[in-house]
Structure formats: C-alpha cells, structure tokens
Ligand binder design. Sequence first.
Ligand code: URP
Ligand code: ZN
Ligand code: ZN
Ligand code: ZN
Length: 553
Amino acid sequence: NQVCDAWNGYDEAQCGIQASSLSKILIKGGTVVNAHHQEIADVYVENGIIVAVKPNIKVGDDVTVLDATGKYVMPGGIDPHTHLAMEFMGTETIDDFFSGQAAALAGGTTMHIDFVIPVNGSLSAGFKAYERKAENSCMDYGFHMAITKWDEVVAEEMEIMVKEKGINSFKFFMAYKGSLMVNDELLLEGFKRCKSFGALAMVHAENGDAVFEGQKRMIELGITGPEGHALSRPPMLEGEATTRAIRLASFVNVPLYVVHVMSIDAMEEIANARKSVMLSCLFVYSEIDNDIDRFLLKDGGFYCITYMVVNISLLENSSILTRSLKALLSSSDKFIIILGFPCFIIFSYFRYVMSPPIRASGHNKALQAALSSGVLQLVGTDHCPFTSTQKSFGIDDFRKIPNGVNGIEERMHLVWHTMVESGKISPTDYVRLTSTECARIFNIYPRKGAILAGSDADIIILNPNSSFEITARSHHSRLDTNVFEGMKGKGKVEVTIAGGRIVWENDQLKVVPGSGKYIEMPPFSYLFDGIEKADAKYLSSLHAPVKRFNSAT
Ligand code: URP
Ligand code: ZN
Ligand code: ZN
Ligand code: ZN
C-alpha cells in the first residue's frame, strides 16, 4: 500500500486507486455523537454521503466494515481559521493546501476555512490566486476574504464574492499597521456592506496604532529580541480593539465574529456585550486559539487552540528558563521591562511569536472557562506555520519575525484532552465547539457538522482510551518545530473519513490531491435572524421623541 504523505511525496495513481475503492463503509457499534444528542448506532456511508444512522445495519460483503465498539463516532472537525500558502511579512507559510490539509486529516479535521488575502487590495485577483493555491486540495475547504483597503471597486467586489463566489464572511484587521490594517472609517463602511449582503464581519482585534507605539518603545529601550513582541502589544490593546469593534458593530447592528481571542481583557468585553441589553440585538461570536495549556482559544467568540492549550504554563515545567520567561510575560501586562534576559530563552521564544501574542498563564484558564460556559463558541487554530529559518528573519528585530504558529493537526486532540478528558465539557459539547457551531455560523449545516443521513461523510473515530503525543518528528505538517512539542494526552483520532474516503487509519495517511472540494457558503446564516426587527425598533425609538414633542405642542 502506497502511503501518501506530505513529507514523502505521493503517487497520485496509486493513492487515487486505493482511496476510490472504498466508497461503501459501515462503522459498527460506536457511540455516535452529534451536538445535541449521542447514541450507540451504526453509520453507513455510500458515495461520500451518510446514508443511514441506526442500530444493526446489515450490508453486503462489498462494504468496508470498521468496528467502533467503545469509541466515539463524530463529525470531522471544521477549523474556522487557517492560513495555508499565505504570503505574509515577506515570506510564505510553509504548509500549502496539500500538506496543511494532510496534517489536518491526520488530526481529525476534515474541513477548514482559509483567509483569501486580496492582491493589491483586489478581491477578485485574491480569489483567483487562492483558487490556484487550492487546486491540489485533499479535503474540503471554504474561504473567508480579508478587506485591506476601501474604494468603490472593493465595495462592488464584496457583492460579487457573496453572490457569485460562495464567500459569506470578511475579515478586517485592526492591527498590522502599514500592511493589512484598516481604520474605523473603513471598518464602518465594511460592516454596512456586510450587513446588506448577509455576510459575517470578522475582526482581528488589536489596536494597531498603539502596537506601533509599543514597538517603538521596545526598540528605544534596546529590546529587539522576541520577548519584545508580547511586551509591545499587551492585553489592554486587544481589549480596546475588541470593545471598539463590538460597539461599532452594534452601532451598525450587524453580527460580529472576533477572531483569536487571546486574553481575559478581550473575553470580558465579549462577555459584557453578550449580556448587555443595549447590545442584545448584536451577536458577538468569537473563537479561541490553539494554545490550550500554553495558549487556548483564538477566534472571538472564537478562541484559538494555541492560547487554549499553549499558555505559558507549558513552559513552567522547565525550571529557571521558564520562570524567567513567565516573569517576563506576566510583566507584559503591566509594561514593566525586565532587562538582561538570557538569550537562550529568547531563542526558544521565536517559535511562539503570533498575534495577538500568547499571554501569561491565567489568561488561558479564563478562556477555557469562557468556552465551557458559552461566552466563547468555537476553537480555531490560526494555523500559520513558519519554519525556524523563516522565524530567524527577525533575529535582530522582533518586528520582522513572521507572526504565526501551527495547530491544524493538533486542535482536535488538544480540545478533547483539555476540555473533555478533564471533565470541563461533554462529548456533545466537543462536537458543537469543534464542528457543528462552525457549520451553523458559516451556513453549511447540516451538510457539514453532523452525523445525519444526507450529510457529507466527514467522520472521525476517536478512541478515548488511546493516547497521543505531539512532536515535530512525527507530525504531518512541513514545519520543523511544533508549538505544542512534547504535549501528551488521552483520546486519539484513530480513523478519519473525508468525503467518504478513509484517509487516516493505523497511523497512515492515504490522501488524494485534488479530491477536496470548494464548499460555497451562502449568506444570511441564522445570526441574521431578527436583525430587521432590531432595526425597526431602533428607527421607531428615534421617532418616539419627535412624536412626543409633536403631541405636546
Ligand atoms: O500571528 C498570526 N495570527 N498570524 C496570522 C495572521 C492573523 O492575524 O491571523
Ligand atoms: Zn488575525
Ligand atoms: Zn485566529
Ligand atoms: Zn489568522
């Protein structure tokens, strides 16, 4: 059997033949978990679609049978936030659509939504470029679109993207001054356009002007190493941009998705908005990044897996190095500078540089709690991998270190271990956070995000008694390091089925370049329900004082 993986290359013919012979699959006796219900049942798959979910399904002998007794059968993960083959900070992320997706499949993720970056501000040129990048895809994918400048052409192209290209979300960067950053005027124009087409507005919430000022401070103080990165952009700048975006979205009355929530400061603004009466018509969603114990969740309302798992506590395990690093990072909250930091610590910190930065421990625990209580709704990865060589572009100046860490392969394991195995959430919650809610928000449920008759056959089998260990030596990304290096846990994805093909089994990948489909995402997801009513209420509240005035005179 030819093994097709991103490191060793692949034999298209052999991989194709092997995979396409597996079009009928029966998964027997597992606990089938959906976001609202779990039961012991069989799952029968034909031609890439789930045909039946019920106990004791009988099939002929042309069917591949997988025994899932004692294991969980769940919808494949959907990663709402990735950057494959992304040109950024003078270089390009090391995973392309093939290697990044192969890694994803090995970790139980069967769909991702990547960010199209416009070419010189042009959305259509950006879309074409990403269509080409994604040609060798081996799993399903969708696109968000970044908005990096504003004019009539961009405003019109937004409509084309939504109505003709299957894009229903736009990301606005409030940081990265001088490259991707937009000002409040553009943010308001963009929010209005999003509202008119039923597209979701997403923000990278950090105050880019203040980050720029923070970076100048660091350089003036002679702090040029990677520790300057987190010190220059403390949590308060994430909190400020988060509340500004929330209030502007509320002013326009449009749903908002805050990507990569990395701090208590940002999370509390989201929590306040979600319980506030003034903002009750506003839906704030957020993800949390990957860094579960080092960092846990990122995207707003969405938490990045990095922040969820990789908080700085991971570093606490190794003695003096980590104690200094921890001191340094906690000081970043208060802007107290520790000088004379040993440079070998600084060296190892290069690989942790991402934005918003990984915070001191404490933030991640709070973010995990926010995820289990529903303040945050999704876990994304912000998979944006740069090798040690690429990271070393910033050896003399932290401002030149390409921002981003890995996570696409690790997310499903880390969320299971950190949240389910530890008892913080149930398996049904797990399915909601890693798959179903993403499918609902981006309007592709129940085609994706469910194990139901008629859904796409994107399925994982997770063995709760098996264990995983993360290391760059065995992962499937092209990255030479891993931000989660050495992390171990319980609960392992033993089988991944994508589009009805068994692509991961017995620790082997069998992926087919070109087999992944572009998933068009229609506008006006459920987040837009009730928007018109709220607008009408707002308008009548404006007329009310006039009426009172008229009747009094
Ligand atoms: O550090 C990060 N997050 N790099 C990717 C770009 C972004 O802001 O999402
Ligand atoms: Zn971002
Ligand atoms: Zn993110
Ligand atoms: Zn990102």
